[in-house]
Design a protein around this ligand. Structure first.
Ligand code: ZN
Length: 66
């Protein structure tokens, strides 16, 4: 089993690029047993989505101005 450090690093990487099946599998197996990493994964996905929405809104506003 991979360490929590490995898993959090993989989760962060997964937000910006697509992971291999093996990496995604390692994450899912780990978060099933580890609540700390499960929370980390939830939070980072939430922040990532919020940041994404924010950038989209900003972009729309900028498009209107031009
Ligand atoms: Zn963990």
């Amino acid at each position: 089993m991979r360490s929590c450090r490995d898993i959090t690093a993989l989760v962060s990487q997964g937000l910006d690029k697509s992971l291999s099946i093996r990496e995604r599998l390692a994450i899912s197996v780990h978060v099933m047993m580890c609540s700390r990493c499960r929370n980390f994964q939830k939070q980072s996905q939430f922040i990532h989505q919020a940041a994404h929405r924010y950038t989209e809104q900003l972009q729309k506003r900028l498009d209107k101005k031009s």
